[in-house]
Structures are given as structure tokens and as C-alpha cells.
Design a protein around this ligand. Sequence first.
Ligand code: GLN
Length: 220
Amino acid sequence: MTSPVSSPLIGVFALQGDVREHLSALRAAGAVAVPVRRPSELAEVDGLVVPGGESTTMSRLSRVFDLLDPIRERIAGGLPVYGSCAGMIMLASTVLDGRPDQESFGGITMVVRRNAFGRQVDSFETDLAFAEVEGAPVHAVFIRAPWVESTGPDVEILARVSGGPADGRIVAVRQGNLLATSFHPELTGDLRVHELFVRMVRETATVPTNGGQTIEEAVR
Ligand code: GLN
């Protein structure tokens, strides 16, 4: 027998990026949140956030600290992961305008372009309609952000830019247990995207209600 975990344990990839902001947002959204720097820490978590930062550095450090393949394996095993900005790049199957040696964790079938919004609109803020988030539009902060150029058939598009030079560009997606946004909800105090992710983790993470026995062991 299993039941949903009420306060799931969610890790934040902590080798580089705005780790603290995601830890606070996750805690405020009802999770127990811990930094993840080692494979042994990764092994404990029910979900993972890959923060904003610099994807080329994340790629290099995750190789050096032996997290690249373990994260890929956990993604293949169904671990819920949310990537924001650089984290979105890390979840992309294909990265454009990256460094030639840049590697991603992958998991979402999409082509993502780094620093896609160009020099003039390097950083900007706008409001977005976001599928799966109820209520008012989400205020989105973009900082040297990527956008999604194309998606595979299993990818759900959750938000697009509306208006301006980037009108229609895809900036939030979901594929199964994987969620990605081009922008940084951890910087605005609006918890709804983190709450969505915590719900995704709760739906996946289950704890045994009978001390870890299978039902067959319990009735034997
Ligand atoms: N431009 C960064 C990258 O390529 C992402 C920026 C961010 O996460 N704010 O990784």
C-alpha cells in the first residue's frame, strides 16, 4: 500500500545558479527542500529543480562532480524535474547557440536556443497566460533567457510570449514529469509554478503505509 507524500523531499541542483531562491520558493510551496551536490544526495530526493544560472558552467561542473549521468539515469527512471532558464537548457534534448562541448541532461524532446531574445531585450518582464496555473497571468522575469524553437509530439506547451518582437515564442513546456520555463518564477514571490511542480512530485512520490512491506508480505 502506498499513499501520496504530503511534504516531498525536493533537491535543488546546487553546483551553480540561484539555488537559494529556489530552496525558499519550494519550502514556501510546501516541500522539504535541500541542495544537491553529490550523487548520494541526488539518490534521496523525490524531485529535482535545476535553477537559473549558466548552462555551460552547469554542464562542466556536473561532469566534474559526477552528477551528469546520475541525473540522466534518474530522469530516465521518471524523476520529476523542473528547470528554470539555464535549467530549461539542461533539460533540452537539443541546444542551439551553446558551446560546442556543452552537454545537457536531456529528457524533454525540444530544441532550445540559448540567449535567444537578443541584445536589445536581453532582460525583460512580461505577463503570461500559463496553462496549468490558475488565476491571474504569471509575471515572468527573463534574464538572458532561452526560448523553445520546436517541440516533440509528447511536449505540452504551457506558455508563449504574447506581443512584442518575440510574440508567440514558447517559454514554458511540460513532458510527463519534466517541467521547464525560460523565466524565473523564483524571483517574483509568485509561488504558483513551484506549487505546480510540488503537486507533480506529490503525484509521483509515494511512501509505504505499512513500514515498507509489500502487500503480499503484509498479509503473509
Ligand atoms: N544564458 C544562460 C545560459 O545560457 C541562462 C541565463 C539564466 O539562467 N538566467 O545558461
